[in-house]
Design a protein around this ligand. Structure first.
Ligand SMILES: Nc1ncnc2c1ncn2[C@@H]1O[C@H](COP(=O)(O)OP(=O)(O)O)[C@@H](O)[C@H]1O
Ligand SMILES: [Mg+2]
Length: 256
């Protein structure tokens, strides 16, 4: 299916086999996903692209273990996780996966550092350790100088970087980002893409959901979905490099 036969291909970390998802809405059945089989390899950066309503978020929630498929299998690191309990799923999620959402999902009257520490609070990590790890994650996204700022005092781009730091604080091997630039001005969006490409270059597997072709082309591979089905999968030619885009932006523009 994907990159078959490549001797150098890395292992599959995340896979769906014939996944379907149906919702009942006012007695009407909605087929959000049908026969979706995809495989994500370690170290890849992949975009899932499709128009609004095509099933991207549903697929992201399923591969992120936030939701279960109606049928089919989800395989994480070689293990079929379809029949695990909610607690077991939560444990795997904390261990392997970091999420970034379009709307940041930060607590507004809470400092950047406290927002990033939150997953560690749930994981029972001690105070000093929490603080070190949160500061390190915020430094990694260029916000080491904004630790005490409330989310409400930060720009949209900065808030999304806090959300990325929060996704990183558990040292996930996979980052899933659902329309991470959807609420941002173009420069902030490019900055976020630069961070995601940077994390990928450091070995983190990145799966990005977008309806935007240019955003999608920051990945190495694009999986196109339409009407809940995988339409095509192809390698990206002329991949967009966000760091280069930032260099090409007019100098007088100030970061948002
Ligand atoms: N909780 C839900 N209940 C009923 N229908 C839903 C629910 N979530 C999504 N859908 C439907 O499933 C389809 C795919 O939605 P979604 O995965 O959000 O698409 P996308 O993220 O590509 O915009 C849409 O038709 C949407 O209306
Ligand atoms: Mg969506």
């Amino acid at each position: 299916m994907v990159q078959e036969g490549q001797a150098t291909a890395s292992r599959v970390v995340l896979e769906t086999r014939d996944v379907g998802k149906q919702y009942q809405l006012d007695g009407v059945e909605v087929n959000a996903l049908r026969d979706v089989s995809i495989a994500i390899r370690a170290g890849e950066m992949v975009s899932i692209m499709g128009p609004s309503g095509s099933g991207k978020s549903t697929l992201m929630h399923i591969v992120g273990l936030l939701d279960r498929p109606t049928c089919g299998e989800v395989i994480l690191e070689g293990d079929d996780i379809s029949n695990l309990s909610p607690n077991q799923l939560a444990e795997l999620r904390n261990k392997y996966i970091g999420f970034v959402f379009q709307s940041f999902n930060l607590l507004s009257r809470t400092s950047a550092q406290a927002n990033v520490e939150l997953p560690l609070v749930y994981a029972g990590v001690s105070g000093v350790d929490r603080s070190h790890r949160a500061i390190e994650a915020l430094e990694r996204v260029g916000l080491g100088n904004r630790l005490g700022h409330f989310s409400s005092q930060l720009s949209g781009g900065q808030q999304q970087r806090v959300a990325i730091a929060r996704a990183l604080v558990n040292s996930p091997s996979i980052v899933l980002a659902d329309e991470p630039t959807g609420n941002l001005d173009s420069r902030s969006g490019i900055e976020v893409m630069a961070i995601l490409q940077d994390l990928n270059a450091q070995g983190i597997t990145v799966v990005l959901v977008t309806h935007d072709d240019r955003v999608a082309r920051h990945a190495q591979r694009v999986i196109r979905v339409f009407d809940g089905r995988v339409q095509s999968q192809e390698a990206v030619e002329n991949r967009v490099i966000a760091a280069q885009e930032l260099r090409d932006l007019p100098a007088e523009e100030v970061a948002g």
